[in-house]
Write a protein of this length. Structure first.
Length: 116
């Protein structure tokens, strides 16, 4: 008897879930059918975000390579930044030195918040 009640409620929950999912799919299809511009904007935004991630990764790699050639050791710090963990010469007193990549009319390198 108890097993029958559990099966009954499980069947009701599954039916309700599938109906709600079906309604959501129909609403989304209607919106995209009536306003195809929304789908176009969404796809453009996805492509632009992917391109920005690729450009950022390339810029970070170039900055790391430049700093390595200058005798500094770097470490990734979040999605848009590096941290210089060791350096030779006059920069040695500022270690650790955070470096952040910021987008403004292309990609620029900005220094922020010197540790001293």
């Amino acid at each position: 008897m108890r097993r029958d009640i559990q099966d009954y409620y499980t069947e009701i929950a599954l039916t309700v879930t599938l109906r709600v999912l079906g309604i959501l799919i129909l609403v989304a299809a209607f919106i995209l059918w009536s306003r195809p511009v929304l789908l176009l904007r969404l796809s453009r935004a996805i492509v632009r975000a992917k391109e920005n991630r690729e450009v950022l990764a390339q810029v970070l790699a170039e900055v790391e390579q430049f700093l390595k050639q200058a005798g500094a050791t770097t470490q990734r710090d979040g999605q848009h930044g590096l941290q210089i963990t060791s350096a030779a010469g006059r920069l040695k007193s500022y270690i650790p030195l955070p470096v952040t990549i910021v987008e403004r009319n292309g990609w620029e390198l900005k220094r922020i918040a010197l540790s001293r």
